[in-house]
Design a protein around this ligand. Structure first.
Ligand SMILES: CC(C)(COP(=O)(O)OP(=O)(O)OC[C@H]1O[C@@H](n2cnc3c(N)ncnc32)[C@H](O)[C@@H]1OP(=O)(O)O)[C@@H](O)C(=O)NCCC(=O)NCCS
Length: 138
């Protein structure tokens, strides 16, 4: 298996096979794929941006990360993709890597914790905790 930057063709393939990914795979982002031979086992889509606070630094924001086949999960593929995103962000002199996960998504929370991300739960005015921002300082 290799973890590498995905091509435009692979982006189109993911969009065609998993149409819901179109909501998060905008233009101007980066695709990382976990590939085994011709098959794509998983991917992440992230983009580099100014941190939306006046600190004058950039971040890599991971919009989506997914290992498609449930049977392939919990084998470290997600972590390899996260590590590749961290490596790319470091090469691009980013300050941090960040993502968001829904509060009920325990596998996603555990993925970030396993990879050394902080977990900042988001509390709404009504007291409900809806999700967590996760961040890795480079
Ligand atoms: C989140 C996701 C990408 C993780 O990929 P993965 O290949 O399973 O990740 P890893 O194997 O590297 O690490 C996952 C860790 O979470 C743990 N984990 C997973 N489900 C868990 C659960 N229900 N309870 C406790 N720990 C759990 C695994 O045991 C593993 O930790 P370990 O290696 O210390 O045992 C994958 O679960 C997935 O594709 N989920 C559906 C899409 C999704 O929700 N994406 C995130 C939001 S965009």
């Amino acid at each position: 298996m290799t973890i590498r930057v995905g091509s435009n063709e692979e982006k189109e393939f993911i969009l065609s096979k998993y149409p819901y990914t179109a909501q998060v795979m905008r233009s101007g982002g980066s695709l990382v794929v976990a590939a085994k031979g011709e098959s794509i086992l998983g991917f992440s889509w992230s983009f580099r941006r100014e941190i939306p606070a006046a600190v004058g630094k950039t971040e890599e924001y991971i919009n989506v990360i997914e290992v498609f086949d449930a049977e392939q999960r919990c084998r470290g593929i997600g972590s390899l993709i996260v590590k590749k995103c961290i490596e790319t962000a470091r090469e691009n002199q980013c300050y941090q890597v960040r993502a968001y996960c829904d509060i009920n998504n325990l596998p996603s929370h555990m993925l970030w914790v396993k990879n050394g991300f902080t977990v900042s739960p988001v509390k709404m005015e009504n007291g409900q905790i809806v999700g967590s921002y996760v961040a890795y300082k480079l």
